[in-house]
Design a protein around this ligand. Structure first.
Ligand code: WTA
Length: 661
């Protein structure tokens, strides 16, 4: 039972005092219903990884079952994870997500249910129907000469076609690269060129609230600089014509209608790449994170099953966009491999009113809901009367992902969405990890608002001080991993050096996550956010270096430094310090041009909330920008600026504080 319950959402929570042990009766049906069972399985996954993972591999369907789980040389010279999983195994991911459910009585079970922003726009596919459409699209890809290993770019809003494109790509052994629909033409072009995609699947238009976004137009701009693209498939949403290049562009539905609904799945090696997903790091350009077939799928499906405690009749809704890793692992691959009905919604969470999500949950009797803290906080601001006007009693489990969830938002989620009876599951993981790494198991772990709780099977975290020594309990440090796990990224596309440099040089022999964390005296993990120059804006991961390079692209800008400041809704907001070139007097026109520049180069999500013009940036004598200082100035925490003795010109600080240019 809850230790304490808040009366309204505005009270400040003393998180460390709140604990929510599992309720015995409800836990009885859980896959893991006593803590000792979790501990046994977890410890075995570390003690006998070979046996544990070979047994777990039986959860998947194989054309050839692997003889060996992990090949790993921990003392390899490079000090990095040289590992393969199930290397001699052969399987097909789309077979696991579709075909195998057609013979186990699930063929008429809904596989995916789409709800558009417009209430009347609902589309549902059974596993059989989804299988048919995926086969047709696979055949179309083949007719275009797309082969195993070729890259397919998917630039779509949340829609069933995006899911079909991912599954069809995996069916023929191609490699998909999904690009979030909020990215600009230039960001799209970079991603297409970097991995040389042969085809782009896009849509004419998508709506966000009252705004229309023309993805095909963005695609056309991008493709002026993408010679590798031979074909464009357009999902037509609006009866109005969009411009089509007759040599290159075709309408998706017209084309797949001509194709056969049978297509045998390509037998693939476990370690063949399944997809590339570009993500931001602390360098100026996004990195193409590469995931494998079997290890990835097993991690996504196993974690989905245990952490959301999935049952046969669950109606599961994850609000993520397929453009992000959560959309890959927990909208598409995890749920479908488990034969679970996955709901998708394309629209704003508060359109036409802030009750929209709660209405969808009520009408569809959603049992498991997985979303981001930013959505929870933005709907919490609208008050509890919205959720209270809908019957949300179907809910059993509430998940959170993407950024730390503050205890206030956790409690609001627990009390007003979960009606004090759902398990709130805070899941920590990353694009690179492929699946959830740290999260409570709903049936056996005591929940603490703000803590991601325990490691998943096979995950061995360690928290280190900057000097590499291990932190004591309750002491914050750098979160690293001691050994590889099945869903771990295999490399960065075309850039093995960057892979090594980014993840394995800071703490040699360990994978460095870039996150800060501590373990409390009970052994629960608390994540505090990034310790590098990556920020999370409304759950969207961005590198400040990417935004800085967009800003300095403007001819009037000499230098820029971007930091994040706390934001009560978005978690973090962007604050940019910009130094114009000599003789340029910055004004509102320049400010607006810079907003436009970032929107053009990256997309609207990366546009800073604030731009402060400055005559210089604070630097150490060796020329390093002191971001720590800038962050404090942006947050108006002037009393605690720390040691500024290494600053080359201390006067700059005074001017920055006063806002003097
Ligand atoms: C942050 C999203 C605290 C973290 C799946 C991580 C979190 C980055 C949590 C990865 C959480 C994600 N608590 N922080 N539950 N989940 N993060 O690659 O900083 O888009 O490194 O993957 O989000 O973001 P990415």
């Amino acid at each position: 039972m809850p230790a304490r319950i808040i009366e309204n959402s505005n009270k400040n929570i003393q998180s460390e005092k709140l604990i929510f042990p599992p309720e015995k009766e409800k836990s009885m049906q859980s896959h893991i219903n006593v803590e000792s069972k979790y501990t046994d399985m977890y410890e075995r996954s570390l003690r006998e990884p070979e046996k544990f993972w070979i047994e777990s591999a039986a959860e998947l369907s194989w054309f050839k079952f692997p003889k060996k789980a992990l090949k790993y040389s921990p003392n390899s010279e490079l000090g990095i994870f040289q590992h393969t999983w199930f290397e001699d195994g052969i399987l097909n991911v789309s077979f696991n997500c579709l075909d195998r459910h057609l013979v186990n009585g699930k063929e008429n079970k809904p596989a995916i249910i789409f709800q558009g922003q417009n209430e009347k726009e609902v589309k549902s596919y059974t596993f059989k129907e989804l299988h048919e459409e995926v086969c047709r699209l696979s055949n179309l890809f083949k007719s275009y000469g797309i082969n195993k290993g070729d890259r397919i770019c998917i630039y779509l809003p949340v829609c069933i076609e995006a899911v079909c494109a991912m599954l069809a790509s995996s069916r023929i052994g191609a490699i998909h690269s999904v690009v979030f629909g909020g990215f600009s033409a230039e960001a799209l072009a970079y991603r297409i060129n970097h991995c040389q995609c042969k085809i782009v699947i896009t849509s004419d238009v998508t709506v966000r609230g009252k705004k229309k976004i023309f993805l095909k137009k963005e695609t056309d701009i991008a493709l002026q600089e993408c010679p590798s693209v031979e074909h464009v498939l357009v999902v037509k949403k609006d009866p109005d014509l969009c411009e089509m290049n007759p040599h290159r562009d075709r309408f998706y539905h017209e084309e797949i209608a001509k194709m056969s609904p049978d297509c045998s799945p390509e037998p693939l090696q476990a370690e063949d790449p399944l997809f590339i997903l570009y993500t931001s790091g602390s360098t100026g350009k996004p990195k193409g994170v590469v995931h494998s077939q079997a290890g990835y799928l097993l991690h996504a499906s196993l974690s989905h099953k245990y952490i959301f405690d999935i049952r046969e009749d669950d109606r599961y809704w994850c609000t993520a966009d397929p453009g992000w890793i959560t959309g890959h692992s927990y909208v598409v691959y995890g749920p479908l491999a488990n034969g679970c009905t996955t709901y998708i919604y394309d629209g704003l969470p508060d359109f036409p009113d802030p009750g929209r999500c709660w209405k969808i949950i009520k009408e569809n009797k959603i049992t498991v809901f997985y979303t981001a803290p930013t959505l929870i906080r933005s709907l919490m601001r609208e008050g509890e009367s919205w959720p209270q006007s809908y019957d949300l009693s179907s809910l059993r489990i509430l998940g959170s992902v993407g950024e730390p969830i503050n205890p206030n938002a956790w409690m609001w989620y627990y009390q007003f969405i979960g009606n004090n009876h759902c398990r709130v599951i805070d899941t920590w993981w990353q694009t690179e990890t492929g699946g959830i790494m740290i999260a409570p198991f709903p049936g056996c772990h005591t929940l603490k608002p703000g803590s991601a709780s325990r490691p998943f099977f096979g995950v061995e975290p360690i928290i280190l001080r900057d000097d590499g020594s291990e932190c004591a309990p309750n002491e914050s440090g750098n979160l690293c991993m001691k050994r590889p796990w099945p869903g771990m990224m295999r490399t960065i596309w075309n850039d093995r050096d960057k892979f090594i440099e980014t993840y394995f040089t800071q703490f040699p022999g360990l994978y460095f996550t870039g996150d800060g964390a501590f373990i409390d005296s009970d052994g629960d993990y608390w994540l505090s956010g990034r310790v590098d120059d990556v920020v999370n804006i409304a759950g969207h991961r961005l590198g400040t270096a990417e935004i800085e390079s967009a800003l300095v692209n403007h001819p009037s800008v000499a230098e820029a430094a971007v930091v994040s400041v706390d934001d009560s809704i978005k978690g973090e907001a962007l604050y940019a310090f910009v130094t114009p070139i000599r003789d340029c007097i910055p004004d509102e026109t320049l400010r607006n041009e810079l907003f436009t520049e970032v929107r053009k180069i990256i997309g609207a999500i990366a546009v800073p909330q604030t731009i402060q013009f400055t005559s210089a940036l604070p630097k150490t004598r060796s020329g390093k920008i002191m971001r720590r200082l800038l962050k404090k100035i942006a947050s108006k925490k002037y009393e605690d600026l720390g040691d500024v003795s290494t600053l080359a010109d201390p006067l700059i600080i005074k001017n920055l504080i006063k806002g003097i240019f």
